[in-house]
Design a protein around this ligand. Sequence first.
Ligand code: PLP
Length: 404
Amino acid sequence: GDSLFHNVPRAPDIPVYATTVAYNKDPSPNKLHLGIGVYRTEEGKCHALDVVRKVEQMLANDLFADKDYLPITGMAEFNKLSAELIFGFGSPAIKENRVTTVQCVSGCGSLRVGAELLAKHDGHHVVYLPEPTYGNHPNLLSAAGLSLKTYRYYDPKTHGLDFQGLLEDLGTASTGAIVLFQASGHNPTGVDPTRQQWEQIRQLVRLRGLLPFFDCAYQGLVSGSLDADAQSIRMFVCDSGECLVAQSYSKTMGLYGERIGSLSIVCKTADVARRVESHLKLVIRPFYSNPPIHGAAIVTAILKDRDLYNEWTTELKAMSDRLAKVRQQLYSALCSRGTPGDWSHIIRQVGMYTFTGLTEEQIDFLTKEYHIYMSSDGRINIGGLSSKAVPYLADAIHNVVTRT
Ligand code: PLP
């Protein structure tokens, strides 16, 4: 007979994965994969960190490794170390026990758990997202029941921040509204506020009683410094106000498939933090009961050992340096071809991405004629671009821009 699901229509593809599928099917030897945000080697493979391989060997040799369930909130040592990494070792908020941190299923899981918690409690049901933002933000936050609004962020004319627009939009948000910020290396634009601008944003957020929710997926990859890339968050923690932080180790330790991250909630008092944590358990339990061990074990081993930590930060710095180098190479390649237009935003933007300003039609052409795969908003994943592919990409961009 008919399937019980015969009424189910086909759902639309999820663009970033559809691009990957199309890339994988393409037999061209020249094809370039600049879509999904994965840091790749010169050979195009997902980059695994040496320190992670080493720690995994150690874990595999540990015959007494625990296979028991973790607590609902995850591995306690992982949570403590993650909070120190993001808020800074010796952060007063941690010392005063005002922070609750729970291990979650990477950045996405952390955002969703935070959103579920907020949606269950009064006063925080509207969330403002930067326009544009990471493609999964609207899904994650609306699935939890929050209503979405946007604030102006990117100015296509300058390829930079629309700071005035941002201040105006947040200036009209009502008390209690959540504001999602990306801590550094904004996806997809590569545009971050300056320190002075963050300070103005902070004052406005506090003045209006908004609730900041930081998403931090690139700590250390943007500037090469873990502290500098967490600066925006730390400014909001210094003022003793409250905030949420979703942390991801996908990019910073190359642990994409291990799905490891954390959610921290900074509260006014230790008592509030404990009560908030009790509700986080009620959110997590019916989702996936408790989180997996392996990713947390890797991160914990690296963060708690001085030598392994140093190996990690050295590798992270090298990755960050390579992103900056490839960025510069792409810019220089366009300059040397005399490609019409001002491309300096490529080197002004930071982190894993550059927001090229190429149109959807131009991108279609790049895919059809050059086998170049990227998102339709014009974002290029610099982490997926090797130095040796830069001339090919620059030729392609030059040709699509000068085509009549
Ligand atoms: N937040 C931002 C800004 C991202 O760019 C990403 C991934 O691209 C994520 C969160 C989520 O990644 P994950 O769930 O792998 O940690």
